[in-house]
Design a protein around this ligand. Structure first.
Ligand code: 13P
Length: 261
């Protein structure tokens, strides 16, 4: 059984937040800093706000992440952003294979794998997203689906590199819908993913793996989700855009952590 570690909470801002809005939100999060305890916090702004966010967060323990990267390091790829460019601006994490990228932009397990490798090459920690659609859940395909996504994303990744990967289970039907997976539904999938880690990389790597839940996480469900054995934190969308909802999510998870610690 994995030991519970402090909550890892990442805010995926998606295509929101101008530079002034970024400044305002981060200042509020920094102000709340001392109340957030040992939680590991990552903010993931749009590309245009990364520079300002990096400046504001420079002296803090809050880490910066990006929402995507291209698999080549440089070259004539108009409109793309590479790992070295993200590293240069101060990112430590990068989201790969978000369901919105898969569904709207044609991302496949193969391209997810290329991006994971590119992130690792640039010393960025990939936050790899997996998750089933409503139809797949309905058809009893949830576990096979996430297993396939897991295998595709991690193909050829070494034992050493796998320790830098954060996994996020985001059921597509729960994203932005207000329909959260129940703690039990999420835990079943998280346990399965940790089992996959163990099969492919051994017990110790599985115990160390960070597996986040994402999909309508709110202050009201943070506590009960985080109490589950295999849920190590959250990838938060809508509720990460306001300090008034993001900070209580962190606090609720910390409360649950202290209870099970
Ligand atoms: P919501 O929290 O808005 O459902 O989004 C989840 C998500 O997609 C995070 O990456």
């Amino acid at each position: 059984m994995p030991e519970k570690r402090p909550p890892f909470i990442a805010g995926n801002w998606k295509m929101h937040m101008t530079v002034p809005e970024t400044r305002m939100l981060l200042e509020k999060i920094l102000e709340a800093g001392p109340e957030l305890g040992s939680a590991e916090i990552v903010v993931i702004p749009p590309f245009t706000s990364l520079g300002e966010a990096a400046r504001i967060l420079a002296a803090s323990s809050i880490a910066l992440g990006a929402q995507n990267l291209f698999w080549e390091d440089k070259g004539a790829f108009t409109g793309e952003i590479s790992g070295p460019l993200l590293r240069d601006i101060g990112c430590r994490y990068v989201v790969v294979g978000h369901s919105e990228r898969r569904q709207i932009f044609g991302e496949t397990d193969g391209t997810v794998n290329r991006r994971v490798r590119a992130a690792l090459r640039s010393d960025l920690k990939p936050i790899v997203c997996v998750g089933e659609t409503f139809e797949e859940r309905d058809g009893g395909q949830t576990l096979p689906r996430v297993r396939t996504q897991f295998e595709g994303a991690l193909e050829g990744i070494s034992h050493e590199d796998v320790r830098k990967i954060v996994l996020a289970y985001e059921p597509v039907w729960a994203i932005g819908t207000g329909r959260t997976a129940t703690p039990g539904q999420a835990e079943d999938v998280h346990a399965e993913l940790r089992q996959k880690f163990e099969e492919m990389y051994g017990k110790e790597a599985a115990a160390c793996a960070i597996i986040l839940y994402g999909g309508s996480v709110k202050p009201a469900n943070s506590f009960s989700l985080f109490r589950e054995k295999n849920i190590d934190g959250f990838l938060v969308g809508g509720a990460s855009l306001e300090a008034e909802t993001f900070i209580p999510i962190v606090k609720e998870a910390m409360k649950a952590y202290k209870e099970v610690e």
